[in-house]
Write a protein that binds this ligand. Structure first.
Ligand SMILES: Nc1ncnc2c1ncn2[C@@H]1O[C@H](COP(=O)(O)OP(=O)(O)O)[C@@H](O)[C@H]1O
Ligand SMILES: [Mg+2]
Length: 268
């Protein structure tokens, strides 16, 4: 039985226009990408290849220069559709609000009633392991916990498609593994489709159903790898024999593209 398509990019390119007579930057594409409903899909690629640009245009935060994007069969056109949640690369928590108020921020603005907000807050605090820190302020939390606050804030809007841009980039290796497991738990419990942008090949290999490898800029998807992991997986798949096969396959492509990216001066 074919799996229903949840979101799709067809021939999508993004060229940042040049300013003050300087040439523009062809950052992305053309990209063709099909996200199946309920899958965990990761995108890996070298630094500067257009990963954040891909997330920006797919989410509707910015318009592509060419090509078509759909979410649930409707065109995505210049704004984030209902049902899509974005977690940004940088820590976007509000320092003046405590954890609870950070997480509830969007719901209050949307006028969701207080009983419903309480219900969703309790669920998100529990899932992200933040219950004991509900009244704490971001400055009192570790980087990993602040990132969980940002994920929880997106989660309470009950997205059917969650887009995450290198959410664990600033974390140490152990915390990254734990956070990856929490993301898998969230994915299983909510049934949402997940698109995770990462530069970490092991993270992609461990978490995903499928992995799209991007070329050096302008970023295109040059290869897709299916992992075949069961849905109830966690970071312990790293000790599975197949893990090495998957990472080698990813690295074979990524190595070449990373060398090109260094040639472009993208890695400083
Ligand atoms: N707003 C912008 N204006 C001009 N160039 C940009 C802008 N944003 C990104 N770029 C350029 O587009 C390319 C891709 O950037 P980005 O999508 O952030 O890559 P990645 O997330 O893979 O590191 C880079 O060369 C970057 O310098
Ligand atoms: Mg980026």
């Amino acid at each position: 039985m074919p799996v229903p398509v949840h979101a799709e990019m067809r021939g999508v390119t993004r060229i940042y226009p040049g300013t003050n007579g300087k040439a523009g930057v062809h950052a992305l594409g053309p990209v063709d990408l099909t996200l199946r409903k309920g899958e965990f899909y990761s995108v890996i690629g070298p630094s500067g290849c257009g990963k954040s640009t891909l997330l920006d245009v797919l989410s509707g935060l910015s318009r592509p220069t060419a090509g078509e994007i759909t979410f649930e069969d409707k065109p995505v056109d210049g704004r984030v559709p209902d049902g899509v949640g974005v977690v940004f690369q940088e820590d976007a928590s509000f320092p003046w609000l405590n954890v609870e108020d950070n997480i509830a921020f969007g719901l209050r603005r949307a006028g969701v009633d207080s009983t419903e907000i309480r219900r969703r807050l309790d669920y998100a605090l529990g899932l992200m392991g933040l219950r004991d820190f509900a009244k704490a302020y971001p400055a009192q939390l570790s980087g990993g916990m602040r990132q969980r606050v940002c994920i929880a804030r997106t989660l309470v809007t009950q997205p059917r498609l969650i887009l995450l841009d290198e959410p664990f980039g600033a974390l140490d290796a152990q915390t990254r593994l734990i956070m990856g497991d929490e993301l898998l738990k969230l994915w299983r419990e909510t049934g949402a489709t997940v698109l995770l942008i990462t530069h970490a090949l092991d993270e992609a290999a461990m978490l995903s159903d499928r992995i799209g490898i991007m070329s050096a800029r302008p970023g295109r998807i040059i290869e897709e790898v299916e992992t075949g992991w069961p849905a109830d997986r966690d970071s312990r798949v790293a000790s599975d024999n197949r893990f090495g096969t998957i990472t080698s396959r990813l690295w074979a492509h990524l190595r070449e593209e990373s060398l090109k990216a260094i040639g472009q001066g993208a890695i400083k």
